[in-house]
Ligand binder design. Structure first.
Ligand code: NAP
Length: 268
C-alpha cells in the first residue's frame, strides 16, 4: 500500500531531536524524502541514517532558523536537490534563551523563576527570534517556492499549549507560541487561494529533551500530571502523527487551524 506522503518532499526544521525527529522518521515511513534544517550536526546523523534505511532520500542543511539567509538557503537546497517541496514542519524551537537541546539535565529550578520584571531583554529577543521570527521566515521561504511552483503544499508550525496558557517565568516562550498561533492564521488567510495550507500544532507536555528538566523534578512532574486528564505526558510520535495528518491530503480542507494534542488539557 502506498504511503500517505508517497513521492513527496518534506522539510523539517529541528529534525535532529524530539518532535522534529519523530516527524522526519514518520514522514519517511509514509514515503517522503526528507530535508532537515537544524543547528545540531551530531544527533542529526542518526536521523539521516534512519530515513535512508527506509529507502528514502535524506539530507541535512545546517540552518539557524533565526537567520533569514539560512531559511532561504534551506528551501533553495530542497527545491534544487530534491526537485520540489510539498510539506514543511517548522519544529525548531527553544524553551528559554539558555536552552541547549540534549544537554544533561541541570539541577533544581530556582524556587522563584525569573519574571518579565527581572529577565534581560536579550533573553526575550533570543526566544522571539528563534520561535516566532524563525518560523515566519521558514514559512515564507517555503511558501514562496510552493506558490511559484504552482503546486499545493502543507505548512505545519509547531506552537504549544503555551500559546493559550500563561506560564509564570516563561513569558517569552508563551508570547512566541501565541505569535505562531496568529502567524498561522494570518498566513493561511493570505495564501489560502494558492492551495498552500498552513496549520499549527500546540503540543501539551511531551517527553523530549525540552521537558527533561521538568520531568526530572518529581514534585513539578506530579503537579503537572495531576492537571492532565490523560494522566501522562505525551510522546513525540503522537505529535508526529498529528503532523502527518496535517501534511497529508487527509486534512485537505484544514487551513489556519491549530490542533492541541495535549492529553485533554483543554477539556474544561
Ligand atoms: P528538542 O528535542 O530540544 O528539539 C528542538 C530542536 O530544534 C533541536 O534539534 C535544536 O537543535 C533545534 N533548534 C533549536 N534552535 C534552533 C535554531 N535556531 N535553528 C535550527 N534549529 C534549532 O525539543 P522538542 O520538544 O522536540 O521541541 C520541538 C518544538 O516543539 C519546539 O518548537 C518546542 O517549543 C515545541 N514544543 C515542545 C513541547 C514539549 O513538551 N516537548 C511542547 C510544546 C511545544 P540544537 O540541538 O542544535 O539546539
Amino acid at each position: 500500500m502506498a504511503g500517505r506522503l508517497e513521492g513527496r518532499v518534506a522539510i523539517i526544521t529541528g529534525g535532529a531531536s524530539g518532535i522534529g525527529r519523530a516527524c522526519a522518521e514518520t514522514f519517511a515511513r509514509e514515503g517522503a524524502d526528507i530535508v532537515i534544517g537544524d543547528l545540531d550536526e551530531v544527533r542529526v546523523d542518526e536521523v539521516l541514517r534512519a530515513v535512508a534505511a527506509m529507502g528514502r532520500k535524506a539530507a541535512f542543511v545546517r540552518t539557524d532558523t533565526s537567520q533569514e539567509a539560512d531559511c532561504e538557503a534551506l528551501a533553495e537546497y530542497a527545491e534544487r536537490e530534491f526537485g520540489r517541496i510539498d510539506a514543511l514542519v517548522a519544529a525548531a524551537g527553544i524553551s528559554h534563551a539558555l536552552y541547549v537541546s540534549g544537554a544533561p539535565v541541570a539541577g533544581d529550578a530556582p524556587e522563584t523563576p525569573p519574571t518579565i520584571l527581572t529577565k534581560p531583554t536579550e533573553y526575550w529577543e533570543k526566544v522571539l527570534n528563534v520561535n516566532l521570527t524563525g518560523v515566519m521566515m521558514t514559512d515564507r521561504a517555503v511558501a514562496r517556492r510552493m506558490i511559484a511552483a504552482g503546486r499545493a503544499g502543507s505548512i505545519v508550525n509547531i506552537a504549544s499549549v503555551a500559546a493559550k496558557v500563561p506560564l509564570a517565568g516563561a513569558a517569552e516562550y508563551c508570547v512566541s507560541k501565541a505569535g505562531v498561533h496568529m502567524l498561522t492564521k494570518v498566513l493561511a488567510m493570505e495564501i489560502g487561494h494558492t492551495g498552500v495550507r498552513v496549520n499549527a500544532i500546540g503540543p501539551g507536555f511531551i517527553e523530549t529533551p525540552m521537558t527533561a528538566n521538568m520531568r526530572a523534578d518529581e514534585s513539578r512532574s506530579q503537579l503537572l500530571l495531576s492537571r492532565i486528564p490523560s494522566g501522562r505526558f505525551g510522546q513525540a510520535q503522537e505529535i508526529a502523527n498529528t503532523a502527518l495528518f496535517l501534511a497529508s491530503d487527509e486534512s485537505s480542507y484544514f487551513t489556519g487551524e491549530i490542533l492541541f494534542p495535549s492529553g485533554g488539557l483543554f477539556v474544561s
